[in-house]
Write a protein that binds this ligand. Structure first.
Ligand SMILES: C[S@@+](CC[C@H](N)C(=O)[O-])C[C@H]1O[C@@H](n2cnc3c(N)ncnc32)[C@H](O)[C@@H]1O
Length: 338
């Protein structure tokens, strides 16, 4: 009996970085030190920022205030409250069925990239709109431009192949003066391209980020979502993607994460002089090998793997540059110097 309870608890925790754990866990120490979501959610403060969250808050099995993480409406409302409370975002919404991003995990990526830039800038965090970031696959939720522009003042180009995603992200940007000046959105007309059609070779981009579609087919995406949902809820779920978020293009693409990242690395070579750091999340550890092989093949001058823990889920960023140490120094002096 005890074993079964422990097993269930472990599985529930494994599947959401957004979960607010039992009272025993006070701080989410696996999140980046500057991540604003390391402490337990303070629901009275979140409700004060976003009163609409109130009806979704109820005690969890430890008797602590929480929400039902298996209820997509509750998770969307929690995101609204977190974005309002921690980032001053007054208006945030996504079209029905689109991906509801776990905000703590998304913030991690931005903070680790800020550390990477700082490591090349004598430990000083480059901040302000002159730092240009391209988010490849910004999604309907526009989450990375929100966090990056609020936390570090960076300016963003967000691209996506999905017109509905671009429309939704544009609406978020338009409705929030805090980010309006710093975020531009662009539709990528060709799903086989990542940088072409979005930036031109005379442009200067300090970093690119990307959370690629993970699965290689719709069936695989559905099975993955069903597994997640089953761990969060005992209810029978017929259409997990429809019920729990993630449009087809967000969850899968031909060849999955592996092909997406390898193609992006190959294309990045063509923009080697326009961008300092390219990067992507790689969720599946076994996809690293082929990414490293492609990076060797395109002769990246330097590449790094940055491990990220989020709850019990492990992910990582792979970042690469084509600049030699001297070129890196010149870029930093020219673009980030005071
Ligand atoms: C996993 S979702 C990420 C959404 C958001 N950035 C997030 O982290 O929640 C991947 C996104 O990549 C987009 N996408 C797929 N192929 C693309 C391409 N070639 N260029 C730009 N975006 C692409 C999809 O439409 C989808 O919105």
């Amino acid at each position: 009996m005890l074993f079964l309870q422990t097993f269930k608890k472990k599985n529930i925790m494994k599947n959401s970085t957004q979960l607010d754990k039992g009272s025993a866990q006070k701080e989410k120490t696996k999140l980046h030190p500057r991540n604003k979501h390391r402490s337990r959610y303070d629901f009275s403060k979140l409700i004060a920022s976003c009163p609409d969250l109130s009806p979704f808050v109820r005690p969890n099995k430890y008797g602590d205030e929480s929400i039902d993480f298996a209820d997509p409406k509750a998770v969307i409302m929690l995101n609204k409250a977190l974005l309002k409370h921690f980032y001053g975002i007054d208006h945030w919404d996504i079209p029905a069925g689109y991906l509801t991003p776990p905000i703590p995990g998304r913030a991690n990526y931005i903070h680790y990239m800020a550390d990477l830039l700082a490591s090349k800038n004598f430990g000083k965090m480059p901040i302000g709109p002159q730092i240009k970031c391209l988010d490849i696959g910004v999604g309907a939720n526009c989450i990375y431009p929100i966090i990056g522009s609020i936390e570090y003042g960076w300016s963003f180009i967000g691209s996506d192949t999905d017109p509905v995603a671009i429309e939704s992200a544009s609406k978020i940007v338009e409705l929030n003066p805090a980010i309006r000046k710093n975020v531009e959105l662009k539709l990528q007309a060709d799903p086989n391209d990542y940088l072409y059609n979005i930036i031109d070779k005379n442009q200067h981009i300090d970093l690119t980020i990307c959370n690629p579609p993970f699965h290689a087919s719709l069936a695989e995406a559905q099975a993955g979502t069903l597994r997640k949902v089953k761990n969060l809820s005992r209810k029978k779920v017929v259409d997990p993607i429809k019920n729990f978020g993630g449009q087809n293009s967000e969850l899968w693409c031909e060849g999955g994460e592996k092909r997406f990242v390898n193609k992006m690395i190959r294309e990045s070579k063509k923009f080697s002089a326009s961008c300092y750091w390219f990067s992507s999340l790689i969720s599946k550890e076994s996809n690293l090998k082929s990414a490293y092989a492609t990076l060797e093949k395109v002769e990246a001058a330097e590449f790094k793997t940055i491990p990220m823990g989020q709850g019990n889920k492990k992910s990582r960023i792979v970042a690469w540059t084509f600049f030699s140490p001297e070129q890196q120094k010149m870029w930093v002096e020219k673009r980030w110097g005071e």
